[in-house]
Design a protein around this ligand. Sequence first.
Ligand code: 6R9
Length: 634
Amino acid sequence: MDNPADSPKSLTESNPFLPDPDLLETLHVSDYQTIYDESIRDPEQFWGKIAEDFRWSRKWDRVLDWNPKTYEARWFSGSLSNITTNMLDRHIDEGLSNKVALIAVADDGSERVYTYGRIMDETNRLCHSFAEMGLKKGDRVTIFLPPTPEQVISMIACARSGLVHTVVFSGFSAGALKSRMEDSEPRLLITADCAYRRGKRIALLDTAREAKKAITSLEKTIVIRRENPDLELETGEIPFDSLLKKHASSGFFKAVDCTTDDPLFILYTSGTTGKPKGIVHTHPGYMVGTFLTTRWVFNIHNDDVFFCVADPGWITGHSYIVYGPLLNGATVLLAEGSPDYPDPGRWWHLVEKYRVTVFYSTPTAIRLQMRLGKQWPEKYDLSSLRLLGSVGEPINPEAWLWFREVTGGRLPIMDTWWQTETGMHMITPLPGVPLVPGSATRPFPGVVADVVNRQGESVAPGEAGFVIVRQPWPSMFRTVYGDPERYRKYWEEIPGVYFSGDSAKRDHHGLFHMIGRVDDVIKVAGHRLGTAEVESALVSHPCVSEAAVIGKPDELKGEVIKAFVILRKDAERTPDLELRIRQHVREELGAIAMPDEIEITEWLPRTRSGKIMRRVLKARELGLPEGDTSTLED
Ligand code: 6R9
């Protein structure tokens, strides 16, 4: 389909989807433009007003203390707070103790239900255990768990104790877990004996044990025993259940006060170098940003049941399973497992069973459902749904339209563009605005985003450019852990503005149409990977001497990985060599990073200084013009 941004008569003029009249009556924000204009006239006043509604141990001196030289943004500077006070204490004091906070459905369909009161209770017990272990504010804790209540509670307990969690997606391999721990130097690791996927047991503890061998900072490991409650543990490993039992009557644990500089978490994400970067978020700004975006974008009210299909191991799960929804006092559905197990109706079944009102999914998942067929959603009663969301990669209009059609044909879809670094939605519709399939529409209030050229000037409508943000926003990342230089790079690419790494077009109505990354980041099924990471996994295979990786468009996953490798002279070329190399990447990084295709080659295009030109490989692969190749060596 042509990009609507290409034609002056855009879809907005011809055929936007207007909100349902019933929906309009329930909106928190009924007039986007007025609120947006107001928010931009004085962003500090705008965000300050939102922050007034939170509990603070000490209020801020300044809403924003911005240093344009170092790009350091200290939101709510001078304040003392803890995000969990606003997720738990506040709601419980307001009588929500018995309200369901979390419904967790495991791979086998078994369910566990947690009220706000129960989350508070288990969080407190865990906080007492952390204190007993001598953990102190600022210490790092690695959480390597499947999407389960224990994962959520571990995150919250760290936050409440002033500890810095670094959640590692449970699908990662020992190598990926190890490198993340080497960088963050945790004192504690929290893991489980196993995860489950499609009825299969995944030996998580073996992976964790393999990874932690070399981590000298690590003192203890807490293990959740899901399969065998009597599983024998090794020295330094403590069963989670024994800690909960031990502190059953230790009582309330007061949340540790945090300043604007105290990290809440580090989350590793891929960049252009081989080493993942530890994106650091802090309490007060992240709290205000995720609270408001959850509330306004998803139009959250007291009776909402919010289902986000991400894993809390990614930023989407941090912001829109754990922090944002619980700050809003909502009920969250957390699902382990896969969308097509035990059958392709799994998610629709969960929507029906738990009367889900807001369903936040990904383009790849929607396209997968399209492939599996309409008969699956049609089997279920989806009438509880009020609103849909999409995240992680550009959504093609066909998938957008299908998602809307199978859910009743009336629901608004919020195509939310944002990143690990931004912490919160940045470019996204609000439920009352006219929608155009495939467009993330406009910036969220308080966010000054634009599409620009290399000089930072806005490009003309219909022209592609870089997506940037001109002013700080509350839940922006504060630094790259241990690498402030890498943080500054985001602001130096085009001096003074935040450079996202994405390209987009704006149409004649100012709507954003996202295109994709302009750097060496690939999004495979919405998972963020760096070409360099995959390349270094490839060259660690004994048969591979050099490798280059590109993202190749794919109908289902958006992009898949294609790797070009040069073999070592002495490599034995067995028929299964490609497969073995692919398996090797899986072992090094995890299944999500496994290349779809390996092409063995004798030659890779390089600049005269020896850098591999992936751009040229990609152009050749796709049969596109190669662009400027003047730096290409002979
Ligand atoms: C939240 C998340 C960030 C990258 C981002 C962009 C892509 C995310 C998108 C989207 C088009 C959307 N992306 N949402 N592209 N439309 N609605 O995915 O964070 O894993 O850090 O990835 O994802 O390319 O730069 P993260």
